[in-house]
Ligand binder design. Structure first.
Ligand code: NAD
Length: 299
């Protein structure tokens, strides 16, 4: 799909949605954007080709492609199919248009959404991203894609404006499954590193040195390499990915693993720890503040 013949509706302009939309604008795409938080409109004042509209219905009016970058499947399902008496936008999407859900959604909901959207003549793709705000800004996200191969080929040029590694993993819902499992493995690494560094410090060790050893040894993971020094040991806790979203992701992964009738002991513990930390630290806490929670919860 070329920028000149693609009109995009972009719903969900939060920490990730804003930089992703900006990269599409830079490539020449036209965007009608909507977010419940109207203050985000101010972030696009200098961007040509962007119009902030006052409802999702207005955003999709002329769109031949809709991108969702929303918190979770409950919000997406309500937006598509309605809730509390409202009808939802699914029936108003243009026939033969694309709907790309780039949020980290539930694979089970996405499979169902694909099935129901297909009946309406809408081409569904799940394309969750990995890499965080920094990579969203420089357009180097890892994008995991699920859906028909021909749809993937069509939208590939557009995804390339936002990401570097773009991998098709299977049918609709497959990418959301891979994304949830990835985030579970990542969260397990975060919790393990937080517990280990806290105990090391109590023993009188320097956690900076301990983390250096981890990074030169088999305990190395994304947390030890990228988060411990930048966001955790300095008490900054500002990576740009909330604890609430991490909690949602591990819950999706646990549901998925259990749905597959597979062993999920560690996933259950991660869900429990994420829930406890989220409730203790409150709204707005960054996921790297898991270290703060572990520290304060120490016996
Ligand atoms: P965010 O909370 O910053 O943004 C979500 C936006 O959606 C907010 O601006 C909110 O106002 C808006 N919103 C909520 N309900 C809405 C509705 N019904 N209609 C319109 N707008 C609505 O979240 P984020 O960090 O940008 O994450 C978005 C998605 O991307 C999530 O699924 C998250 O798990 C995933 N993700 C985030 C990161 C990250 O590092 N932040 C990385 C990869 C994936």
């Amino acid at each position: 799909m070329q920028a000149s013949d693609t009109k995009i509706a972009f719903v969900g302009l939060g920490l990730m949605g804003v930089p992703m939309a900006k990269n599409l604008l830079k490539a020449g795409y036209q965007i009608a954007g909507f977010d419940l938080n109207q203050e985000v409109a101010a972030k696009f004042l200098d961007d040509k080709g962007f119009q902030f509209v006052s409802s999702p219905e207005q955003a999709i009016q002329d769109a031949n492609l809709t991108i969702l970058m929303l918190p979770d499947s409950a919000i997406i399902d309500a937006l598509l199919w309605g809730s509390n008496g409202s009808t939802g936008i699914a029936s108003q999407l243009r026939k033969n248009s694309y709907l790309i859900d780039m949020s980290s959604s539930s694979p089970i909901s996405s499979k169902e959404n694909n099935h129901n959207l297909e009946k309406l003549g809408i081409k569904f793709i799940d394309a969750p991203v990995s890499g965080g705000v920094k990579k969203a800004i420089d357009g180097s996200l890892a994008i995991i894609v699920g859906g028909k191969k021909e749809y993937f080929a069509e939208v590939h040029p557009l995804l390339e404006c936002m990401g570097k590694s773009i991998v098709h993993v299977g049918d609709a819902g497959a990418a959301h499954a891979v994304k949830a499992l990835n985030n579970y493995v990542s969260a397990a690494g975060l919790i393990a590193a937080s517990e280990a560094l806290n105990a090391a410090k109590k023993f009188g060790l320097d956690p900076h040195v301990v983390n250096q050893v981890f990074n030169a040894s088999t305990g190395r993971n994304n947390t030890t390499e990228n988060k411990v020094e930048n966001f955790m040991l300095n008490d900054a806790f500002n990576s740009g990915f909330s604890l609430a979203l991490m909690r949602k992701d591990v819950q999706i992964a646990l549901n998925f693993i259990e749905n597959m009738n597979c062993y999920a002991n560690l996933a259950k513990q991660c869900v429990l720890t994420a829930k406890e930390a989220d409730e203790k630290l409150g709204k707005g806490a960054d996921h790297t503040a898991m270290f703060d929670y572990v520290r304060s919860a120490a016996l």
